[in-house]
Design a protein around this ligand. Sequence first.
Ligand code: NAD
Ligand code: AKB
Length: 315
Amino acid sequence: MKKILVIGASGQIGSDLVLELRKRFGAENVIASDIREPMKEVFEGGPFVILDALNKKDVETVVDKYKITEVYHLAAILSGNAEKNPAKAWEINMNSLFIILDIAKEKQLSKIFWPSSIAVFGPGTKKQNTPQNDFMDPNTVYGISKLAGERWCEYYFNKYGVDVRSLRYPGLISYKAEAGGGTTDYAVEIFYEAVKNNKYECFLSENTSLPMMYMEDAIDATISLMETEKEKIKIRSSYNLGGISFNPKQLSEEIKKHNHNFTITYKPDFRQAIADSWPQSIDDSVLFEHWGWKQKYNIATMTEEMYKEIKKKLS
Ligand code: NAD
Ligand code: AKB
């Protein structure tokens, strides 16, 4: 019987992921957890526990109590916030991963999902259509922790047989929860500001292209990876996941189709240097070759849905 634990369930991805997992596998089979309370829909829709991913004993207790078979480990400090407190980011991003990998090894859990990021790439990486195995020289705390995490995931698979699976997410765009302190957050904030104030001051420059993905596609890719036969998962570090590439100016043009009064200005801050170090577009042909997943949304359909949902949420 599948019993899933989601750690970091109150964040941007967790909020959508828990709801979709409950829909697919039954509310009672998905235990959401975080150090803070989740949104109402997650809190009221099934089991939720306050759980610190850095406390191994507590994580073990929850795993035993609910007879957990799979874990989606999402707790982390994202790129922008990580630069403000590197030591804390390193502690959370690395130690919580070790705790989950060790518990998976000791209790022989059937599967672990741990997300990596396009942040594993750095200034020396090919910027366009970045291949699965390009040169990797991340120069942010977050990117270094993700690259180290990927190496450890592969190590635990090879050495101990832990079935850990991972995707290098691009920037994710969603309306249920707010974005959690990353460099790609502008692409979520812009919708709230467009609906509330008809204007947005962007912290990245107008031509900063980055790979992005609508949350529905990201969740579908994640569950699809976790449900794929073990033999098909040939990469145990993390798979490139491409998404759609655009810059703030292109996104603002799309938003203008839904709000003619919308205007955008640009005031780049410290996150510009982070964005400049990342790829502009990603080649995810290896993922397609190995287990055949394809995204649904493009910039126009994503913008249309985001604008409609944020408008509904704020009215
Ligand atoms: P988020 O910041 O929105 O959510 C993270 C959650 O982890 C928060 O709810 C936070 O309370 C929780 N958390 C922090 N410390 C914890 C601890 N010690 N114990 C338990 N919970 C703790 O982040 P997100 O956007 O949902 O990202 C989830 C994962 O996906 C992260 O690993 C992130 O690096 C990765 N990722 C996200 C994106 C994106 O665009 N959202 C892109 C690439 C990778
Ligand atoms: C961030 O900007 O930090 C995240 C990511 C791409 O990993 N959204």
